[in-house]
Every structure is written in structure tokens, then in C-alpha cells.
Design a protein around this ligand. Sequence first.
Ligand code: NAP
Length: 297
Amino acid sequence: MSTVFVAGATGALGRLVIDSLHRRGARVRALVRPGNVEGRRALDPAVEVVEGDIRDPADRLARALEGADAVISTVQGGADVIIDGQLNLLRAAEQAGVARLIPSDFSLAIDRLDYGDIDFADLRKKAAGSFAGSPVAITSVLCGAFLEVLNQPFYNWVDWESGTFSYWGDGDQPVDFSTMPDTAEWTAEAALDPAAAGRIVRVAGDVLTLRELHQAMERGSGRRLRPRRLGGVDELEAEIARLKTAGADPFAWLLLQYTWAMVSGKGKLDPLDNDRYPGVRPTTAEEFFRQAMSPSA
Ligand SMILES: NC(=O)c1ccc[n+]([C@@H]2O[C@H](COP(=O)([O-])OP(=O)(O)OC[C@H]3O[C@@H](n4cnc5c(N)ncnc54)[C@H](OP(=O)(O)O)[C@@H]3O)[C@@H](O)[C@H]2O)c1
């Protein structure tokens, strides 16, 4: 039986990853930050909990990692967590002799993006650079955009109250979409697959242009959404630059940077590795919106 160490276990994706690992018969050891009583209580009782922080001294973390076959990180945070913290986790994994580590990437094609395209992706690119040369094999799981996230009002793509679907670009660029549970399934598969060591695993539940996404939202929800084109890719780029210069809330332009990477095609995953894990039957966007917008949801 494989043992997988999960850092970020109390987060949205981490909890799902633990479920997916258990479904595959793996033993899970989870890092929970001291004081996170609620997060700890919500974990499956089968999980072995280790209290700590990925920024703890590497010697201490290494003891917690003893005997693990793989590490999955689903942490979220700034440079101190994504770069320094994950590098510290890697050093601990080296000391403990762990073979593989999946860092908290779970994004668009960050390997194809340039520095400056998406500030959050920059952190993950820098972390990947700092991992180079480690005897621990890195597997990066890239999954496109989470449907759960872009369905949130703050993302400004869909407004169910006013019945509007707002988009940038020409609407014809294919974009990768995945649900969080499907991403957790692929992540568990990759963690338990020695052949994924040192590879990028590119997966997507659905690949749709924004016109097709709009139709999938309407079919799934059974509701009409008036399309509203906000501008072209160049205008989106100018809007991001304007918001940055004006000192706007970084959240506003960070979300637009993700949108830009999607509608420009630069963040497109290619080729997709879905066939590598035929046991994962991903949810389509239409199915996702059927479930998410059903009266009982
Ligand atoms: N592709 C997409 O559209 C998309 C969308 C959203 C997220 N993501 C990615 O998915 C990944 C997971 O995101 P999420 O939404 O699951 O995040 P989340 O719910 O905020 O969870 C983050 C987890 O990291 C833990 N953590 C933070 N700092 C830590 C530290 N120093 N030491 C140990 N644990 C620490 C948190 O612990 P506490 O509970 O104690 O705070 C929590 O368990 C991230 O890489 C994120 O960028 C992708």
C-alpha cells in the first residue's frame, strides 16, 4: 500500500485529493497547521495527521515524511509559501528519501507562459526553477481553469442574477476547463503512477471555446444568458496594464491575467494526457452547470 503525504490537506483541493487517494487504497498522511482545529476535525478519521507548516525546519518536516512514497502539495499563498515553503518541503522530501513530489501548480500551461503574464504563475515558475537538480522527481499537474471558480460572481464571467455571460476575445479560442473533484482524481492517479515522475501531466475535463462554454452553461442550467463582449485580446491586455498602473486591487487584474492567458491561447494545454488515466471520467461543463445550477444544489 502506498503512503502519500499531503500538504494543504485542509484546503478545497487538498480535501478532495485525500478522498481520491483513499478511493485508490492509498494511506494518507496530512500536514495540518497548528491551531487549525476545524480543518483537522473535518478530515477523514483514516488520515494520519502531522501538525506543522511547510516552512518548518526541513529536519523536522523530514521526520514527518519518513516512509512516504510521494508528496502532494495543494498549498496556496504568496512567495513565502509557493517558492520558499515548497522548496523547504522538497529539501525535507530529499532527506526522507521520498521519490516523487507534485507541487501546487494546478493551473493553465504555466510552462508556456512568460514571466509577467500571470503574477501567480510566476511564483510557480520560480518554484519549478528552484526544484531543478533535485533527486526527487517532480510531477506538475496542469488542469486549466476550475469551473467552480469561474462560476463565482467575483470572476465576472457569468452573472446568473442579471442573466449575462461576459467575455473577452473573439469567443473562438479553445480553453481548458476542469472541475476540482476531477483534478483531485488525476492528481491521485499521478501520485500513484511512478511513470509520471518528472513529467508534466496535462488534463482537462472539457475543451471549449467561450461561445461553446456559453451554450454549455445555457443547456446545463436551462437558463438564457445574454452574451456581452467586453473587448478584444489587445483591449484586455491594455485594461490589465491600466489597472496595474492605477494601483487597483491586485485581485482585479490577477483574474484578468488568467482570462487573458485563456482567451489569447497562450495558456492552452497541449497535448492533453487524459488518455493516460482512462479510469477518470471527467465532468463536462454542461454536466457541471446542470449540477451546480439545479434547485437542490
Ligand atoms: N486552475 C484554477 O482555476 C484554480 C483555481 C483555484 C485554485 N487553484 C490552485 O489549486 C491549488 C489549491 O488551491 P485551494 O483553492 O485548494 O486553496 P485553499 O483552499 O486556500 O487551501 C490552501 C491550503 O494550503 C494550506 N497552507 C497554506 N499555507 C501553508 C503553510 N505555510 N504550511 C502548510 N499548509 C499551508 C492551507 O492551510 P490552512 O487551512 O491552515 O490555511 C490550506 O490547507 C493552488 O495551487 C491554487 O492556485 C487553481
